[in-house]
Design a binder for this molecule. Structure first.
Ligand code: ZN
Length: 640
């Protein structure tokens, strides 16, 4: 199977532009801040105890385990983000901190290779008795990803060795052979991590295990039911109440037609399926992945790139059910959607995958973090009424302001590791072909059959729509994505002159003998536009959203006053734009003519329709909402 590789994290360097602010923030603020969080040094934040749990497991500290069963994964994700940061920039102090904590992790590993502080400290003797609820394989997967990232960043193999021993331990316990548990993770993640371990170590056991977990899932008899009986019905989470779909074991994966259940689980599984398909050439898995994507893109994706329509089970519900004010749309689920679409782009070049990747990245993923990098959303609604969040039990999960940290802190470090490895999402190569999927300003070096090629992209995207690529010399094809939102309106020039760039699968392609320093320029029309949902989405009938390039916009109380639901946007008025460098770290604000509904007197009901008072509506990018105190917000606005 011909596949598409992506650059190493250390071979991409963001420079200037939109993402440099975000990556600098993650590097300079978020990573140190999250380290303080993991060590319980931030006053007023929910305790983590994560590093202390490792100290206790390593015998360096006395005390009780504290936190969720999957607390170890927070350290793993932090280490992975720290490794990417080290790939981008040497930092002896950060490396020393990471080396020390890796030494601690090594010490917490048991003589048989087992690594998990929850079971080591709190439930010794109960290892591998509750795969459904207790995340042993999930935590192992995250630590494997950290191990690969740290090895690639520093060349140091200690953590890779720890996790190789853990993989061999897992293989001794789980598998198709007689005498082993025929189980698989309750929360997928290790599948994709094992593929990375395989790439880093070349050890075929890693790929064998990944494939086993994917092939075994959903087989009958149901492993989790059997496991529950063996535990006499005891549980850590009452997941049996949520049905088999919750953990995607309702059917063998190749028979699944839609992403179901817990959205992060479902998307980690789908990513693992695509990764295993790429490494093994399994076309049946490729077909299943494409089916899952098609259903998601047609029926289960918010305009913001959020996924997961209900808080109950943090889950998908059914086709076209996309409520705006009770959704879950977890930050991690959109991070996982970026993983899945990246994995699809390594199988097949199709602009639809990159469109969804960009939608998730620029909207829900970015909205997960405040502009100062200190506060984080877990849930990303498209509509918020703060009083309802406080008083309506069905909306309690929909927070109007980002908290500092969570008892279950999956999202902040997940966001950090994605942002610190953007080069792997922005670029691809196969043979003598280079692909530009996303427009992230910076330098990249990519291995191709035409040698190692170094490209530079200068762009102010998504503030402006001009992408200026400095091309290296050589004969190769260059395919640059044409986002579907531009409606086919784009221009490609070479050294200032129009050039023939055939459109293939959503990419404009130029193949030639390039001269060093050739400039290829892509111009996209970046202006505010109205977007409508299919009437199948009942919640959005009669409503309109505003987008500008990849950015979804929203109304906030801070600009538009209370009761946003009483506002409407005129159908045909022009949308004006203004670049405001000092507002919300620099945004293009969009304004449109509309009206506000009001009635005279205080009666709840009356015979007269409400009055319409003309008013101007002010829209800001969705990713920047909730940075000015508590207030209402909505993405979908009434259309007049
Ligand atoms: Zn999360």
């Amino acid at each position: 199977m011909k596949t598409i590789s992506t650059p190493r994290v250390g071979d991409f360097h963001p420079a200037g532009g939109f993402w440099k602010r975000v990556t600098d923030l993650v590097q300079n603020e978020v990573i140190p801040y999250q380290w303080d969080m993991l060590n319980d040094r931030v006053p007023g934040a929910a305790p983590s105890h994560c590093v202390e749990n490792f100290r206790i497991a390593a015998g360096e500290s006395d005390g009780e385990y504290y936190g969720m069963a999957f607390q170890d994964s927070d350290l793993a994700k932090w280490l992975e983000a720290a490794a990417y940061s080290l790939s981008a920039r040497r930092d002896p102090e950060l490396e020393k901190t990471a080396d020390e904590v890796i030494r601690l992790i090594e010490k917490a590993q048991q003589p048989d290779g087992y690594l998990n502080t929850y079971f080591t400290v709190k439930e010794p003797g109960k290892r591998w008795t509750n795969l459904r609820d207790c995340h042993e394989l999930y935590c192992a997967g995250h630590m494997m990803e950290a191990a690969v990232a740290y090895y690639e960043a520093t060349g140091k193999r200690a953590l890779l060795g720890v996790m190789t021993r853990m993989a061999y331990h897992i293989d001794a316990v789980l598998g198709p052979e007689e005498g082993k548990l025929h189980g698989y993770p309750g929360h997928e993640e290790i599948e994709l991590a094992l593929v990375r371990m395989h790439q880093a170590t070349g050890d075929p056991l890693m790929l064998k295990l990944a494939r086993y977990f994917i092939d075994e899932r959903g087989k009958k008899p149901n492993f989790f039911e059997q496991e529950l009986k063996n535990r006499d019905g005891s549980w850590y989470f009452p997941l049996h109440e949520l049905g088999d779909q919750y953990a995607q074991n309702h059917l063998p994966v190749r028979e699944q037609d839609a992403l179901e259940g817990h959205s992060v689980r479902a998307l980690y599984l789908a990513t693992g399926m695509a990764d295993v398909a790429r490494e093994t050439g399994d076309e049946t898995l490729v077909a299943a992945c494409k089916r899952l994507f098609d259903n998601l893109a047609r029926h289960r994706l918010y305009v913001t790139g959020g996924v997961g329509s209900t808080e109950k089970g943090e889950a998908f519900t059914f086709d076209d059910d996309l409520p705006n004010d009770t959704c879950y749309a977890e930050t991690c689920a959109s991070v996982a959607l970026c993983f899945f679409t990246r994995a699809l782009l390594q199988l097949t070049i199709d602009g639809r995958y990159a469109d969804v990747l960009e939608r998730a990245l620029y909207n829900t993923v970015l909205a997960g973090m405040s502009l100062d990098g200190r506060n984080f959303f877990y849930v990303n609604p498209l509509e918020v009424w703060p009083e309802a969040s406080r008083k309506d039990p069905h909306k309690r999960h929909v927070l109007p302001v980002r908290p500092k940290w969570f008892g279950c802190a999956c999202c902040p470090p997940n966001l950090a590791r994605l942002v610190m490895s953007l080069g792997r999402y922005a670029w691809g190569a196969s043979g003598r072909e280079v692909y530009a999927h996303l427009f992230v300003a910076g330098d990249v070096e990519i291995e191709t059959e035409a040698g190692k090629l170094r490209f530079q992209l200068h762009t102010g995207y998504p503030v402006d729509g001009e992408m200026r690529y400095r091309m290296p010399a050589g004969r190769y094809g260059f395919s640059v994505r044409i986002p579907s939102w531009c409606g086919g309106k784009y221009g490609v020039t070479l050294n200032g002159a129009p050039v023939d760039a055939a459109l293939q699968n959503g990419y404009a392609r130029v193949e030639r003998e390039w001269a060093e320093g050739d400039h290829l320029t892509l111009a996209l029309p970046l202006c505010a536009r109205r977007v409508y949902a299919s009437p199948r989405v009942r919640e959005d009938i009669g409503k309109v959203a505003v987008m500008r390039g990849p950015l979804v916009y929203c109304l906030e109380e801070a600009d538009n006053g209370k009761l946003l639901a009483a506002l409407s946007l005129d159908g045909d008025s022009e949308l004006s734009e203004e670049w405001l460098p000092d507002k919300l770290c620099g945004i293009v604000e969009v304004r449109g003519c509309g009206a506000r509904l009001a009635t005279d007197g205080g009666a709840l009901y009356g015979d007269c329709p409400p009055r319409r008072t003309p008013t101007e509506l002010t829209f800001i990018p969705y990713y920047a909402w909730a940075n000015r105190g508590e207030g209402e917000m909505c993405v979908w606005v009434n259309q007049r």
